[in-house]
Design a protein around this ligand. Structure first.
Ligand SMILES: Nc1ncnc2c1ncn2[C@@H]1O[C@H](COP(=O)(O)OP(=O)(O)OP(=O)(O)O)[C@@H](O)[C@H]1O
Length: 364
């Protein structure tokens, strides 16, 4: 296991006209379980392939601890990689497929047997060990591929590129928790690529959010949810995502239209900002009892466990997540309150401050 350090690493497929991965400096720490989360085309696979050596980056250097590996091919990096679709020897048994990466490295026979049995038991493959891989369905074949990635104890990292795509949704939950178990057991450094926030948040110690070839935030799942550092994180994580409302900072007060909704926490220069607040934290107050803003109710989604109240503040949609069975009606006007400790301010999509209570300032 090693820290994997990227120094100014970036990659362009078109001679520098556009960046699939923008030059970045970043360390993946040994033994942690990371999720690399981002939308389709944001550069996740490219970044993974740079780490494994399938792609040599256009710029920058890669280190495994103090050893530079930028020009070292995959075979010399001691990395296990699991792809989206099964990569197996179809004519071999499940046992032999799992044993292959170990035999290849001349691991003693007894140790091979121990590791194969341990991994196959964890992944629920123990009753299939003698079965020829070709005779398994695609989902099971992928689980064998996953096992091949996890069977080697001494790897610098295990890279998983959307490994559960072809697996039955019901099995996905089980496999994710198995992966966590295996991670606890082996202490592998895991980097798990996904575009699915649930997958990322339920799996990882640390979620790294990639957008447009750049890391926009990394942190524990709760941190990304409660304290988004970038508008993209607010949108991409959470369901529905964070509300964004254009506002103006005037004399230390944050104003939406004519309404003062709070003060600024820091020395923020006056000018336009965007307020970011998650539906979970928007409060609906029937009368203007606290600094709030008038909003017209446009519809209510009754989700069973909760309601989503859709409103318009001016022309900007804002959703409030409330308890189930609320009595709000379309076309009525309510007041929205944005709580100070859960509302952030953004400029150029990057968080620049937070909302503070008015404490007598402004004209609530
Ligand atoms: N071999 C290639 N040649 C040219 N452009 C490429 C190549 N591979 C990827 N790209 C481009 O680089 C960008 C990043 O692609 P990449 O596959 O790394 O993203 P991703 O986040 O893994 O997407 P997905 O989730 O769809 O797999 C995209 O614009 C993609 O079109």
């Amino acid at each position: 296991m090693a820290d994997i350090r990227l120094e100014g690493v970036g990659h362009s497929y078109d001679g520098g006209r556009t960046w699939a991965v923008k030059p970045m400096t970043w360390t993946w720490h040994s033994s942690r379980a990371y999720a690399l989360l981002g939308p389709s085309g944001c550069g996740k696979t490219t970044l993974l392939n740079i780490i494994s050596g399938l792609i040599t980056p256009s710029v920058g250097q890669i280190f495994f601890d103090d050893r530079e590996v930028t020009g070292v091919p995959t075979a010399g990096r001691n990395i296990a990689q699991v792809f989206q679709f099964p990569v197996l020897y179809e004519e071999m048994s499940v046992y032999d497929n799992l044993a292959f990466p170990l035999r290849n490295r001349k691991v003693p026979k007894q140790e091979i047997d121990r590791r194969v049995r341990q991994v196959s038991e964890l992944l629920g493959l123990d009753h299939l060990l003698r079965r020829r891989s070709r005779r398994l369905d695609a989902g099971r074949q992928q689980i064998v591929s996953l096992g091949r990635g996890l069977v080697r104890a001494e790897v610098a990292a295990v890279l998983l590129d959307e490994p559960l795509t072809v697996v039955d949704p019901a099995l996905k939950w089980t496999l994710r928790s198995k992966l966590k178990e295996i991670h606890r057991d082996t202490g592998h450094t895991l980097i798990y690529v996904t575009h699915d926030q649930t997958e990322a948040l339920t799996f990882a110690d640390e979620v790294v959010v990639l957008n447009d070839g750049a890391i926009v935030q990394a942190g524990e799942p709760a941190e990304l949810f409660l304290s988004p550092a970038h508008e993209f994180v607010g949108h991409f994580i959470g369901s529905p995502g964070m509300n964004v409302v254009p506002a103006e900072v005037v004399g230390g007060v944050v104003r939406v239209g004519q309404s003062d909704v709070g003060a600024v926490t820091n020395e923020l220069p006056p000018g336009p900002v965007r307020i970011g607040v998650r539906p979970e934290f928007v409060r609906i107050t029937e009368a203007r009892t606290s600094p709030g803003v008038a909003a017209k109710v446009t519809g209510i989604d009754r989700m069973g466990a909760y309601d989503l109240v859709h409103t318009l503040v001016g022309e900007h949609p804002v959703i409030a997540k409330t308890e189930a069975g609320t009595s709000y009606q379309p076309d009525t006007v309510e007041f929205l309150h944005f709580p100070a400790d859960r509302t952030f301010l953004f400029r150029d999509e990057v968080r620049c401050g937070a909302l503070a209570p008015l404490n007598g300032r402004g004209q609530a």
